[in-house]
Design a protein around this ligand. Structure first.
Ligand code: UTP
Length: 475
């Protein structure tokens, strides 16, 4: 499209300001801007502005009186001796050994709350060896791959902001022992960011602010990038999905994979009982017979606090962003889906660097703009036979979201130490803890020794000589 036509189009859409500095740009600046503007779908942007910016973005389409808690498979007292859980484990192990499973981390987020100046996966999280999040995940995958004697491909979704730095980190670290051919990077899509009046934000005179399209963007990014085709070629039909900020995640969990397969599910989820009424997690619910996740910000507090006839929290199932996705399901939704089969967008208020009236760069210290994001859990109502199983928080979930306070590097480090202490207690090794029940010693168990409690007990008992447990213990 020629520049004049494009300008006309943006002006009629009320977005003409993107051309404000056009005449002052070099030829390459002009062509960069035009190239970017051609990618913007102005009618989609108008619809998003109407729905999410001018209306404040609150969901008003839920009839809460119809909402009920989604059913889930509760954790038995002992998974090993429970008939249903052990047959799920057998089915899961068979699928893993048959090479049907890939791991998948969404790592395209900007991690603004943590305030770390690099991709979040590079953040060092472990208590003794200070391993990065990516190293922890790589070692979990490597350990499962060795245990089951099979290659387990790992998909890593990045964004245009962190893709190069992520790839270099893996290359510099020898892919942490993984086969580089089994690590598949791809970038997610972008959406323009707008201000409170729906105007596209200019990041510089020749660039509009484009932000990643949310973790739900992974469905279309897997299809567009060819990652799904690659999985098909390798005979993989189950994708184990997790987030980059949670080092406790049990990535290759045969119980979970088994329940997914035996249940004929297209998308399965792990739930963790909420730690307290107003915990900031999504809630697994049923609405009109469909499983869905209702964000804490959309669920009125009276529902978040509601108790059942036994005094237990009614909406207790917290979503921790751990799923198994069927490859065909991803293809159905992320391919050429239209209308109701497409994931909806949500608004997120973020700090977005931009230019001022005279083109000067401004780095805001509080949210100044709105980005449009899709959420992966919005795929749940579209999935056949979704299965939800309960997970044990201490072995599944401790995200690093904030620089301090709740869900911070310190809470995550303490949870890793508590997990190590719990596993050691299972083999008869007691450790000292402070008044908050945090071990006084720094301790760390490498995923290469064991990445779940069952394997830890087996591997520890097989050690000819048990190591002493002192400060800085690492195995
Ligand atoms: P968060 O919701 O924590 O968002 O992402 P964020 O952008 O990483 O962090 P803040 O809100 O700016 O502090 C949850 C998971 O989804 C991924 C993140 O990388 C993380 O694994 N994500 C999020 C994407 O892959 N793409 C996105 O566009 C957004």
């Amino acid at each position: 499209m020629n520049p004049e036509d494009l300008k006309q189009k943006f002006e009629s859409a009320g977005q003409g300001h993107v051309f404000e500095f056009f005449e002052t740009l070099t030829d390459s600046g002009k062509s960069d801007l035009l190239g970017q503007l051609e990618q913007v779908d102005l009618s989609e942007l108008k619809a998003l502005n109407d729905e999410l910016v001018f209306s404040g973005g609150k969901r008003d389409d839920i009839d809460f009186s119809k909402l009920t808690p989604a059913p889930y498979k509760p954790l038995p007292a002992d998974k090993i001796s429970d008939a249903e859980w052990s047959s799920a484990k057998r089915a899961g192990e068979e699928a893993i050994k048959a090479g049907r499973i890939a791991a998948f981390v969404v790592a395209g987020g900007q991690g603004t709350r943590l305030g770390f100046n690099a991709p979040k996966g590079l953040y060092k999280v472990t208590p003794v060896k200070h391993k990065s999040l990516f190293q922890v995940f790589a070692e979990k995958i490597l350990s499962a791959s060795r245990k089951y004697g099979v290659g387990i491909p790992w998909l890593i979704m990045t964004s245009h902001i962190n893709d190069a730095a992520t790839r270099s980190f893996f290359a510099e670290n020898g892919f942490f022992g993984l086969n580089p051919d089994d690590v598949i990077f791809f970038k997610q899509g972008l959406m323009p960011a707008v201000d409170a009046s729906g105007k596209i934000i200019m990041e510089s005179k020749s660039k509009i602010a484009m932000t990643p399209d949310g973790h739900g963007g992974c469905l279309r990014a897997m299809c567009r990038s060819g990652a799904i085709g690659e999985l098909k070629k390798r005979g993989i039909d189950c994708i184990s999905y997790f987030q980059v900020d949670n080092p406790l995640v049990n990535i290759i969990d045969p119980y979970f994979i088994g329940f997914h397969i035996l249940g004929g599910s297209e998308m399965s989820s792990k739930m963790i009982p909420k730690a307290y009424e107003l915990e900031k997690v999504g809630h697994f619910c049923l609405l009109d017979g469909k499983t869905c996740v209702v964000e804490y910000s959309d669920l009125p507090q009276e529902y978040q606090k509601m108790r059942d006839e036994n005094g237990k929290l009614k909406f207790v199932s917290g979503s921790v962003a751990i799923h198994v996705l069927d490859r065909d399901f991803v293809e159905r939704l992320g391919g050429n889906a239209s209308g109701s089969a497409k994931l909806p967008f949500h608004r997120a208020d973020k700090k977005i660097p931009h230019i001022g009236k005279n083109g000067e760069k401004i780095t805001p210290d509080k949210p100044n703009g709105i980005k449009f994001e899709m959420f992966v859990f919005d795929a749940l109502p579209l999935a056949k036979s979704p299965v939800i199983i309960e997970g044990f928080r201490g072995d599944e979930f401790s995200p690093v979201k904030n620089a301090e306070g709740v869900d911070s590097p310190l809470t995550c480090k303490n949870h890793q130490k508590q997990q190590a202490a719990r596993w050691l207690a299972k083999v008869g090794c007691a450790t000292m803890a402070d008044s908050e029940n945090v071990p006084v010693f720094d301790m760390e168990i490498s995923p290469l020794f064991a990445s779940n409690e069952e394997d830890f007990v087996i591997n520890w008992n097989a050690l000819p000589q048990k190591p002493e447990i002192t400060d800085g213990f690492y195995i």
